[in-house]
Design a binder for this molecule. Structure first.
Ligand SMILES: [Zn+2]
Length: 220
């Protein structure tokens, strides 16, 4: 859908940079989290399993078809491979995916409470409240089905007792979305210590989240 499609090389370079930035910006610790993207030929590039992000090179990335068969790369793909591929299969209007364990967002995932869209920017980039997907065990096809189905008209969903999953047009977009979700989760958490959070007017939520849906689907 993007008219400024990345080449295969640019996509891989962005996946690597975004994976490293995900660590540097504190969205994950250690080798947790993973990034995926659709390549121009329809296959997907994924980060490998259990490798230090700061030592990772382009050669460590793994190319799979959307059924999960490894086409390129010496390493094993991320253990959340099914989640990334399921989202890319289900949603043709996104080309990049990220799973991370951002601290404040994960706090909402533990109490299984949505992160409310109480900031206009959040509606525009995320498409409304970030809901909590049902709990499923990490790395399973059941988790992939449950979580990937929740990002049809939103850019992000919380994974119960685990973290978050974000989708976008490019790896840089998903980094921005995951960072915005984390920042908003922290702001809401802090604001609740100060007093009650006042929701945006309904019509503002509708209109602004409509901009997001329009960007994804061409429909408000
Ligand atoms: Zn995880």
């Amino acid at each position: 859908m993007a008219d400024d499609k990345l080449t295969a090389q640019e996509t891989k370079e962005q996946v690597l940079w975004v994976a490293q930035e995900m660590l540097r910006s504190g969205l994950v610790e250690g080798t947790a989290g993973n990034v995926g993207a659709r390549l121009p030929d329809g296959n997907a590039v994924l980060t490998p399993s259990s490798l230090d992000y700061l030592e990772m090179t382009l050669d460590d990335l793994v190319v799979c078809d959307l059924d999960g068969n490894v086409l390129e790369g010496e390493r094993s793909p991320t253990t959340e491979k099914a989640l990334h591929l399921s989202a890319l299969r289900l949603h043709e209007n996104i080309d990049a995916t990220m799973h991370c364990h951002a601290k404040h967002a994960t706090m909402f995932a533990l109490v299984r409470e949505p992160i409310p869209a109480v900031i206009e920017e959040f509606d525009v980039f995320v498409g409304g409240n970030v809901e909590v997907a049902e709990y499923r065990t990490t790395g399973t096809d059941e988790l992939a089905d449950e979580v990937a189905s929740r990002v049809a008209t939103k850019a992000c969903v919380l994974m119960a007792n685990h973290g978050l999953f974000a989708v976008g047009k490019t790896p840089k977009d998903v980094l921005h979305i995951a960072s915005l979700v984390e920042r908003t989760a922290e702001i809401v958490w802090g604001a609740r210590a100060l007093g009650s959070v006042v929701p945006l007017p309904d019509e503002v939520n509708q209109t602004f989240s409509g901009y997001y849906r329009y960007g994804r689907t061409g429909k408000f």
